[in-house]
Design a protein around this ligand. Structure first.
Ligand code: GRF
Length: 206
């Protein structure tokens, strides 16, 4: 069983998909806690599923490092194998990355390395690309620069707005995360061997 902490800032639809999957006793993943940097709406999903939550408010700390230390204290209090950032709208400071890597992954709504940063969907639309996607990577200290472990491509449709495109991306993203966590739990994907590029397989990279 893979014990996972999920970090969110917003609506938590990715979180919910994983919580729903984990209702199946065959699913090899257990969400042991959900954390946020604010009073995120998505925390309600965790409460509904009886999963403990913690909020480490960014604004209560003088700098990113001290916020990161408080976040680490909360994370350490759970027996987690992996921390998944699924919609946490905050860069994790080096102290968090150093302690948790490589068991710290992020989901991002673009085909990285294209369109890193907080406005990936808007930036893809502005650039006029015909397709974008979703990427999952091992977090490093850069901005969306970590080692890619899974990607899916999604077409941009005529008339797409940031909202319609992001929602179509999230439909794919939810299933990708549910499936990817299964692969990590079954050790079909290794997060710890940088020289083993098996994270992106034909199955993962479409
Ligand atoms: C996801 O697309 C995630 O990749 C991005 O923010 C979105 C969060 O969606 N960083 P939700 O809160 O899981 O609905």
């Amino acid at each position: 069983m893979l014990n996972v902490i999920i970090l969110i800032s917003g609506s938590g639809s990715n979180l919910r998909a994983i919580l729903e999957a984990s209702q199946n006793t065959e699913y090899p993943v257990r969400v042991v806690a959900v954390g946020s940097d604010r009073q995120a709406a998505g925390l309600a999903h965790a409460e509904e599923f009886g999963v403990p939550t913690f909020v480490v408010r960014y604004r209560d700390y003088p700098n990113r490092e001290s916020w990161g230390e408080a976040l680490l204290t909360a994370i350490r209090s759970f027996d987690a194998d992996l921390v998944l950032s699924a919609g946490l709208m905050r860069l994790l400071p080096a102290n968090v990355v150093t302690e948790l890597e490589p068991n710290l992954i992020n989901s991002h709504p673009s085909l990285l390395p294209a369109f890193p940063g907080a406005h990936a969907v808007r930036d893809a639309l502005s650039a006029g690309v015909s397709s974008t996607g979703v990427s999952v990577f091992v977090i490093d200290t850069g901005v969306d620069t970590g080692r890619l472990i899974a990607q899916r491509e999604i077409a941009v449709e005529p008339g797409d707005t940031e909202e319609t495109l992001h929602e179509r991306i999230k439909v794919v993203e939810r299933q990708l995360l549910v499936d990817l966590l299964t692969q990590i739990a079954r050790q079909e994907i290794s997060l710890s061997h940088p020289d083993q590029p098996s994270g992106i397989t034909e199955r993962n990279l479409s």
